[in-house]
Ligand binder design. Structure first.
Ligand code: NAP
Length: 291
């Protein structure tokens, strides 16, 4: 080898006035009637806040999150942190044993998910839809093809097959998963997508950086463009790309200089972005990244 449910945002306001009066009598802060419809549900990740739906239910802890490729590395750590923040988390994993074990360790759910396989992705979407839907999708699964001694493949070594294999997961897989879950995300009042890109997807940064690889950075640059175009098409969703930074995982033979806790921080932060937060952006822990 080379290297939850939330009521519909579209729902009417039947019972809303009554719910607001009841909530007010209980001392629960409520929005003015004109604003209530747009404040129907939780801002993802704000567990602990008082969140009252038009039918008066407290929607605390009702954010459901799927992380692809979460059986190890940054995905596993993201699942751990979002579960600790109160999310209902699905670990997506293409391998049953690795997926079940990871979910057991975290006390979260597991869903079989090979992002390169239409049937697998469709089945995962059906399972999560039947369980109540999805608020946050973290497109984390990714590959970087390297030589057995973990050397990066530059222009002299790259092949069309390796380019295709890399794009099959990092680009086409991400699009396949996003498209399959868009109908579910569309039913969430505060949908969020986090695309795990890389600093190597930045044309600005990589042009000035002595990393010779072709397939991986090209795939992440494509992820960045896909992020911008989906964010434009779905303005009610927060869709951002993130760069976790160079993190010690199997992807790079554990050569990364950050821990997974450090690397996952920006993924977790952007997964919890508020409905008034940025969309169509590209962020690292230190702030926006130049495209
Ligand atoms: N580590 C870094 O320095 C770094 C820096 C910037 C960006 N990133 C990005 O961060 C993300 C996570 O990488 P990582 O460093 O945590 O690598 P990792 O430890 O190798 O984890 C990659 C995960 O993706 C999964 N995966 C690969 N192909 C898949 C497929 N077809 N379907 C479903 N899952 C699949 C792997 O599953 P298996 O266990 O079954 O292989 C694994 O769970 C990637 O998108 C990567 O490009 C990493």
């Amino acid at each position: 080898m080379l290297a939850d449910q939330r009521p519909s945002a579209e729902g009417g306001d039947e019972g809303g006035d009554e719910a607001r009066r009841s909530a007010s009598a209980l001392g629960i802060p409520v929005a003015p009637a004109a604003l209530a419809a747009s404040l129907v549900v939780a801002v993802p990740g704000t567990s602990g806040d008082w969140l009252v739906s038009p039918d008066g239910r407290n929607l605390e802890h009702m954010t459901t999150t799927l992380i692809t490729g979460a059986n190890k590395g940054l995905g596993f750590e993201t699942a751990r942190q979002l579960s600790a923040a109160g999310h209902t988390v699905y670990v997506g994993s293409r391998d049953a044993e690795r997926g079940r074990r990871a979910a057991e360790r975290l006390g979260v759910r597991w869903v079989p998910l090979d992002i390169t396989d239409d049937a697998s992705v469709e089945a995962a979407a059906k399972t999560i839809e039947a369980d109540g839907g999805l608020d946050i999708l973290v497109n984390n699964a990714g590959v970087e093809e390297r030589t057995p001694d973990m050397s990066v493949l530059g222009p002299s070594e790259i092949t069309v097959d390796i380019m295709r294999k890399t794009f099959e997961t990092n680009v086409f897989g991400l699009v396949r998963v996003t498209n399959a879950f868009l109908p579910l995300l569309g039913r969430s009042a505060a949908p969020v997508v986090v695309n795990v890109s890389s600093g190597l997807g930045s044309l600005t940064q990589t042009a000035a950086y002595p990393y010779p690889g072709v397939a991986y950075p090209a795939s992440k640059a494509a992820v960045n463009m896909i992020t911008v175009q989906y964010a434009k098409a779905f303005p009610n969703m927060r869709i951002n790309a993130v760069d976790p930074g160079f993190t010690a995982t199997d992807l790079n033979g554990r050569a990364g200089t950050q821990t997974v806790e450090e690397g996952a921080e920006i993924i977790v932060r952007m997964a919890q972005v508020g409905a008034d937060g940025p969309t169509g952006g590209y962020f690292a822990a230190s702030g926006p990244v130049a495209w």
